[in-house]
Design a protein around this ligand. Structure first.
Ligand SMILES: *Cc1c(COP(=O)(O)O)cnc(C)c1O
Length: 370
């Protein structure tokens, strides 16, 4: 079956990915490295095709959330260095070494376990030391952090290549972000004063990459911006050329029926037609990643115009009103979100962010790479 004969599919525009990569890159100082963040199946876009494209484009590093994601890339033939941002238990250190992965390190006991495994294997395990400067998540933290980091870095079998932190509010408070950044630089300098220097210091995800060039340091770690979405209103257009959404979700009309005024649409009868209407049934539902919270509050886009949803999103289907869109019939294709209909309309309506809708697109929705 051709993907475009599928009931619903997601087009992934790799030329748009390239455009976004180049737009971000063009704002970096020469020599600043680029980590393409491809965790969560490349934010729903497909980890391997996206990683291959970024590798071809010359990204110096890739980042994932966990060991399984890293192994998927290595087994798919990716040779670029891969940083695992989340934790990997000490017992799995052997896998990190076998697959030549770089691991975030944020506590001393895990550092000791990694060290033992690396020494036993006669190899070195590359780590990036993570510091918590105000995210309240992972990272060495507190007054003992300099000593702890020095102890970890001195363990045999560990190669401490990087030092990094993560901003919690880079699309919000500049003052808080700069306080985090200053704390990070102080830590870096305190470690350097004790003879411990790192070749890769990094802290900027998409928002800081766009808003605060002073935070780029040796390497930046953009995720969402690569996929063509601004982390927040405050960052729109800061890249210069303008980012292009990479994913477009489309669905093919299953049926169009004319129903009389007074007919009830979908579960719970939340919608009762006020007029005779042409109702298009779309084969996309919450099991495809179209959140049920969008019931009665979203539109899809046909070439003739926008069609509002009628009633609730079902598991596999939803209904839209095409009364005012002449000519829509079974087999026609509507855009659910993407290059013409911003995903942000739907994430705003849900009180969430584009990241969540992109990563929600279900595995049963085939990806079509353009
Ligand atoms: C997810 C993540 C990123 C990328 O964040 P974006 O906002 O998508 O650019 C960078 N660094 C870390 C540690 C992350 O967890």
């Amino acid at each position: 079956m051709e993907i475009t004969q599928a009931r619903t599919w997601a087009e992934v525009d790799l030329a748009a990915l390239e455009h976004n990569y180049r737009a971000l890159r063009s704002n970096l100082e020469p020599g600043c490295k680029f980590v393409g963040v491809v965790k969560a199946n490349a934010y729903g876009h497909g980890a391997l095709p996206v990683a291959k494209k970024l590798e071809t484009l010359g990204a110096e590093y890739l980042a994932v959330a966990c060991l399984a994601e890293a192994i998927e890339l290595r087994e798919g033939g990716i040779r670029t260095p891969i940083l695992i941002l989340g934790g990997t238990p000490g017992e799995l250190a052997g896998e990190l070494i076998r697959y030549d992965l770089t691991q975030a390190l944020f506590d001393l006991s895990t550092a000791r376990a990694y060290s033992q495994a690396a020494v036993a294997a006669g190899r070195e395990l590359k780590v990036h030391i993570k510091a918590d400067t105000g995210m309240g998540r992972l990272g060495f933290v507190g007054p003992g952090r300099v000593e702890d980091i020095l102890t970890a870095c001195a363990l045999p079998g560990l190669e401490a290549e990087g030092l990094f932190t993560h901003f919690s509010d880079a699309d919000g408070s500049e003052a808080y972000t700069m306080a985090q950044f200053t704390d990070f630089l102080d830590l870096r300098d305190a470690l350097a004063a004790r003879g411990r220097r790192f070749s890769l210091c990094h802290c900027a995800a998409s928002a800081a990459t766009l808003r605060f060039p002073c935070t780029h340091l040796d390497m930046v770690r953009p995720g969402i911006a690569l996929y063509g979405h601004y982390p927040d209103e405050s960052t729109v257009g800061l890249d210069g050329p303008g980012l292009i959404p990479v994913m477009t979700v489309r669905t093919r009309v299953a049926a169009v029926r004319t129903l009389p005024a007074g007919a009830c649409i979908s579960y719970g009868r939340t919608k009762v037609l006020g007029r005779e209407s042409r109702v298009a049934v779309l084969p996309i539902g919450y099991a495809d990643g179209l959140h049920r919270g969008l019931s009665s509050r979203m539109e899809v886009l046909f070439p003739q115009g926008r069609a509002p949803i009628l009633g609730r999103v079902c598991m596999d289907l939803c209904m839209v009103d095409v009364t005012d869109l002449p000519g829509v019939e079974a087999g026609d294709v509507a855009e659910v979100f993407g290059q013409a209909l911003p995903v942000e309309e739907k994430s705003d309506a849900l009180g969430t962010i584009s990241y969540e809708l992109l990563t929600s697109v279900a595995p049963r929705v085939p990806r079509l790479y353009l």
